[in-house]
Design a protein around this ligand. Structure first.
Ligand code: NOJ
Length: 736
């Protein structure tokens, strides 16, 4: 055996133990030395790589059994030597370690693989869907849930999550509305920051963190008619003042990666959009992380009509600024020829490879390429994880209606009816990673029975399925309702009705569910409607039949218990909507922060309301909060100064409660028309019964009063601004 071969084997052996002393000190390459900076290590490693080795790093493939029905791919348990990354469809670390070991045995330079996965609202401990999470208005809880997800995922072999999704979404027909944080740019931005902090922690190294990925850059939430993957038409102004905002916030928070979107914007697909991927992202914002394409999106440039073949697609996407090609191997198959032909400069290859290597160094993969294999009991579903899950579920549920104090339930003879009533699976929601039905801690019915205890009478009838025309269960449902004092009707959506490729033409529940409610209501008992769904719903026909309505969303594994707590009054609901509920689907688009109409009193629909059923920020409590007038620290302000606005909020009811104060700003006269109101700050606090607390919004004019133009330039114009909380408003004057 030659000396060189011997050293290579030694190096592999050391890597396999996670060791670092690969070469005698004087011969140890710089990139192997963890005390060198990431920049030095990357430069050194890059200088040793061949073009072929570099190009392989720019590709991602799948490993394991693909559980996402929309991304159909073969089951893969083998590996392609030298590849940069895999999507890891598996629930423990074994397969990852096996493939990593094989890679490190053959890799000339010992470059570890990077494993990514869609950990969207939990890995095994499944939290409420992101849309629900945003209704909690509790960024700290969201951060904690992402930290839990990160730990479970990393300990199971995943280094990188394709989350958070921060596509501002205003069309509930789009199934992916469930995956983001609602209709408001600032709200998406705040939760993007929380998610990045939770996933990435203080450092990407170690078992407690994963790299985050902001997606889908950008405008995907605007897919026409809510139909997934469709083209979008977004004005440059809307791009800058709505869709890009959360991305900029997530990048400033240090997100390690970003995913380009499927959609085209005005004819240029996001995957091949040089303006967005390079001019804005790199040159303007200075983002130095990895840009991954979406699944097969490079190849899809052909379907989108901007590339004649895979080679042209590879060239366009890569030269626009994409670094890592997800799944379709266009980069692997064509970049070498494109370099030879002079269409792709070597410097561009190096910059993309450098970013991927930097991520691997930052994740500590060169020092610790393997995941320590830990049994399930020590890795997932720990009691502390479920505790975060319970809190988030409780805080994200929204009490939409509560006539005459129907809730909390006072009667102990309760009928629980409907297709969601005894269902566990659909509580998980879409994109539930490695979540399992058996992890769900009981259905609504089971939890309510446990909550109300043996002295209560809790009966159940399914009534009907989620859809279809079978009314044979109606009779039984009515019978059960007749014998009860109060009826809890549990309706909603199957988890597969939202998420990717799950658009619906209407926000209404299937007619059979509405009919069931109408039938049961005929018994004349108080009706509490519980909704579990992944989008805002059209409730115009069912709302008048209900005394109370609770939106529980798809709340994850302990959602049944959280709901039971709200129904019984053990938990005081505190969620508020982060997305508008229209009366009718035909009102879409309908969102709180639209611009003022030229004729505000005219132009309404003649046949339908134009106001929402439940507006952004709506959510009731079992207590009442009274707001004082807004108090200003000064009426005028100049650039560079700060001004405080305060509001005193008193809990005037009979129980403790949590209240979120939303601070809105409006610029009524500006050189371009601004929205009627824009959320600039929010805060949630517990206020004890009888207690008053002062909430404060410190206005920084550059941050809170400025606007962005269609080129992304910020302006701050002197003049009057309104600051608003609920129905309270004050004026401030920004001086020259
Ligand atoms: C396609 C989806 O659009 C994206 O969100 C996801 O991360 C990838 N597939 C990988 O599963």
């Amino acid at each position: 055996m030659t000396m060189k071969r011997m050293k290579t084997l030694l190096a592999v052996a050391c890597l396999a133990c996670g060791g670092t002393a690969v070469f005698p000190a004087e011969e140890q390459p710089l990139y192997r030395n963890p005390s060198e900076s990431v920049e030095v290590r990357v430069a050194d490693l890059l200088s040793r790589m061949t073009l072929q080795e570099k190009i392989l790093q720019l590709n991602q493939y799948i490993l394991g059994e693909n559980s996402n029905v929309n991304n159909i791919g073969e089951i893969n348990s083998s590996f392609i030597p030298g590849l940069g990354s895999y999507i890891y469809f598996n629930s423990d670390a074994r397969l990852r370690n096996e493939i990593q070991r094989k890679e490190l045995e053959v890799s000339r330079l010992g470059i570890p693989l990077l494993f990514g996965f869609d950990v969207i609202h939990g890995f095994r401990t499944i939290f409420p869907i992101p849309l629900a999470q945003s209704c909690s208005w509790n960024a700290d809880l969201v951060r904690q849930s992402c930290a839990v997800a990160a730990r479970e995922a990393r300990m199971s072999g995943v280094d990188w999550t394709f989350s958070p999704m921060i596509d501002v979404a205003r069309d509930g027909r789009w199934g992916r509305v469930a995956e983001g944080y609602g209709e408001d740019p600032y709200t998406n931005g705040v939760f993007a920051v929380a998610a990045v902090q939770g996933y990435q922690g203080d450092s990407l190294t170690g078992s407690g963190s994963v790299a985050a990925c902001l997606k889908h850059y950008v405008g995907y939430g605007m897919s026409q008619g809510g139909r997934d993957y469709e083209a979008t038409d977004i004005s440059a102004q809307a791009l800058w003042d709505t869709y890009l905002i959360p991305y900029e916030m997530g990048i400033r928070a240090g997100a390690a990666t970003l995913m380009s979107a499927f959609n085209d914007i005005g004819g240029t697909p996001a995957t091949a959009n040089h303006y967005l991927l390079t001019e804005v992202l790199r040159n303007k914002w200075g983002f130095s992380g990895v840009v991954v394409t979406d699944w097969n999106a490079v190849e899809q440039l052909m379907s989108q009509g901007v590339a004649a073949d895979r080679k042209e697609a590879a060239c366009k996407a890569f030269m626009a600024g994409a670094d890592l090609d997800m799944k379709d191997f266009c980069f692997k198959d064509h970049l070498e020829a494109l370099v030879t032909e002079g269409k792709v400069p070597l410097a561009r290859i190096d910059s993309a490879v450098a970013r991927i290597l930097a991520l691997k160094f930052r994740l500590g993969l060169f020092e610790q390429p393997y995941t320590v294999e830990v049994p399930d009991a020590k890795r997932v579903l720990l009691p502390a994880y479920k505790e975060v899950c319970r809190q988030l579920a409780e805080e994200s549920m929204v009490l939409l209606k509560n006539e005459a104090g129907t809730l909390p339930l006072r009667k102990k003879n309760v009928a629980v009816i409907g297709p969601m009533a005894d269902d566990r699976e659909n509580l998980l929601g879409s994109w539930s990673a490695q979540g399992r039905v058996e992890d769900v801690e009981g259905s609504i019915y089971e939890n309510l029975r446990a909550e109300l205890g043996p002295e209560a009478r809790v009966t159940y009838a399914r009534g009907c399925a989620f859809d279809g025309t079978d009314r044979s269960g109606f009779r039984e449902a009515r019978k059960v309702a007749r014998k009860a004092d109060v009826v809890v009707v549990c309706l909603g959506e199957k988890k597969s009705w939202s998420g990717e490729n799950a658009s619906r033409s209407t926000l209404a529940l299937p007619a059979i569910q509405e009919e069931l409610l109408a039938e049961v209501a005929k018994e004349g008992k108080p009706v509490v409607l519980v909704l579990s769904n992944g989008r805002p719903l059209e409730l115009c026909r069912v709302e008048p039949l209900c005394d109370a309505i609770v939106e529980m969303w798809q709340p994850g594994i302990v959602g049944g218990k959280a709901l039971a707590g709200i129904l019984s009054g053990r938990v005081n609901p505190s969620g508020k909507l982060a997305i508008t509920f229209p009366w009718f689907t035909g009102q879409i688009p309908l969102y709180y922060n639209s611009r003022q109409s030229a004729r505000p009193l005219q132009g309404k629909y003649q046949d339908q309301p134009t106001v929402p059923l439940y507006e952004f920020g709506h959510g009731l409590s079992y207590t009442s909060f009274e707001y004082g007038d807004l108090q200003l620290s000064a009426d005028t302000i100049r650039r560079g100064e700060k001004l405080k606005v305060e509001v005193r909020v008193t809990n005037t009811g009979k129980v403790d409660g949590k209240e979120t104060v939303h601070w809105f700003v409006r610029d009524p006269v500006c050189s371009i028309a601004r929205p009627v109101k824009e959320l600039k700050c929010f805060e949630k606090r517990t206020i004890r019964q009888g207690e008053s607390q002062t909430f404060c919004f410190e206005i920084d004019p550059e941050r809170d009063l400025s606007f962005v133009d269609s080129d992304g330039n910020r302006f701050l114009e002197p003049g009057t601004y309104y600051v608003m909380v609920k129905d309270k408003r004050v004026c401030i004057e920004l001086l020259e």
